[in-house]
Design a protein around this ligand. Structure first.
Ligand code: GAR
Length: 424
């Protein structure tokens, strides 16, 4: 899920339209995490607070030259991927646009290129429209670049003008019939286009498991490994029947092979009825422990309770595992802080991602263990697009191997994709 910060200056009716869209599912690929107002008394702030959204003020009047820097500083709290200018009455500089690192979307109350640019904002736009005698106006949603109201147009909607319109009456009609409709739609479109599989920036997630379902209802899984040491990097995934194994590309005596050579994916066939197959996915030799316990009629949890995190002091890398059956999946993490189990029903188009390490490396260079619940990730129907996006997101520096499998509806046949950085 992408993070959205909304910049406002006044009543915040467009902010309200975005909040409503979020609540009724029109806006689903991004979440409003922050509202920043250029005025301390803007009613938009009240609207945000009512919905539990974090609010900040960058007071244009008192900040003067420091206005943009203050906004940049406030944005740092959330590092949003998308910024929406919703009734924001200021022009932003090229420097701000570049430094923000976000896609910036603006709503303007006219049909651009008419009645836009410097000096055309709020009611002034509608006054100018009425004065000119045009019979149609409207609203435009566009990307923000260094030219005021000059960026790529994302959406437009026309609105009729009537003979006895006042600027206020026309403003209201343009909002109701155009702005509140096209702004949320365009924001969703931008978010879904830039939406990533791993929904946050993380340099070194380590090893990771995704289990879930495609939008058309097929079971999906992914397993990736990343490495920093040379022995860790010298590995490749190889298919072995319908299972997966890891091989070394070169010999190196300075490592514990049990930590880096294992079967990440095994199939446990409970009976001749393939529908009952269980897929085991893990980042270590606990795959075999789980398999053996299932064979003895015991459970995933029984097996993992006999295991622990890895002995690789000082990191104590967590052992992550997942098991998939026709009805749902479980994930688990064994770390120093305890043993955790999570159970999920399938939800179309969505999965859960669990990985070994958390966001930032501590000062003493220890890799912090993954914390919290497995993160929700989006799964598409297109294995090519899903697997290559994931491979790309893992980044060139540390990625080692990735395996992705999308089952067909029978949970027997499947399509898969395998990526290795090295070759044998
Ligand atoms: C809206 O019509 C918006 O399009 C306009 O200000 C009005 C107030 O919006 N924005 C601009 O003129 C930006 N150049 P609000 O009710 O969302 O605060």
């Amino acid at each position: 899920m992408l993070k959205i910060s909304v910049l406002v200056s006044g009543g915040g009716t467009n902010l309200q339209a975005l909040i409503d869209a979020q609540n009724n599912g029109i806006l689903k690929s991004g979440k409003i995490v922050q509202v920043i107002s250029s005025r301390p008394d803007a009613y938009a702030l009240e609207r945000a607070k009512k919905f539990g959204i974090s609010t900040d003020v960058a007071d244009f009047k008192t900040l003067g030259e420091n206005f943009e820097n203050k906004i940049l500083e406030l944005l740092e709290k959330f590092k949003p991927e998308v910024i929406v200018l919703a009734g924001f009455m200021h022009i932003l500089s090229k420097n701000f646009i570049e430094k923000s690192g976000a896609k910036i979307i603006n709503i303007h109350p006219s049909l651009i290129p008419a009645f836009c640019g410097k000096g055309f904002y709020g009611l002034k736009v509608h006054e100018a429209v009425l004065k000119s005698g045009v019979k149609i106006t409207g609203a435009t949603v566009h990307l923000v670049n260094e030219i005021p109201d000059g960026g790529e147009i994302l959406a437009q909607k026309a609105v009729k003008i009537f003979p006895d319109d006042t600027p206020e009456v026309l403003q209201r009609r343009v909002m109701e019939q155009a702005e509140w409709i096209i702004l949320p739609q365009a924001v969703e479109k931008v978010c879904s286009k830039i939406s990533k599989i791993i929904p946050y920036s993380i340099k070194y997630p380590g090893r990771g498991i995704i289990t879930g379902m495609t939008p058309s209802g097929n079971i999906a899984l992914a397993y990736f490994i990343m490495g920093r040491s040379s022995s860790s990097k010298a590995r490749i995934f190889e298919r072995s029947g319908n299972e997966l194994i890891i091989k070394l590309t070169k010999q190196d005596k300075n490592f514990d092979p049990s930590l880096i050579l294992y079967s990440p994916l095994r199939i446990f066939a409970a009976s001749d009825d393939r529908q009952e197959d269980k897929i085991i996915l893990t980042n270590g030799d606990q795959t075999d422990t789980i398999y053996d316990f299932l064979k003895d009629g015991k459970t995933f949890e029984d097996a993992l309770r006999t295991r622990d995190y890895e002995p690789d002091e000082p990191h104590y890398t967590p052992r992550i595992s997942a098991i998939i059956s026709k009805s749902g999946f479980k994930q688990s993490i064994l770390k120093r802080a305890g043993k955790y189990f999570f159970e999920y029903k399938f939800e179309k188009g969505s999965g859960r991602l669990i990985h070994t390490y958390d966001h930032d490396v501590t000062k003493d260079k220890i890799l912090p263990s993954f914390s919290g619940e497995p993160r929700e990730v989006k799964i598409s129907d297109d294995i090519e697009e899903f697997s290559s996006s994931l491979w790309q997101e893992l980044g060139e520096d540390y990625r080692v191997a990735l395996y992705v499998r999308f089952y067909h509806s029978d949970f027997v046949k499947y399509q898969d994709r395998l990526f290795n950085t090295q070759t044998l």
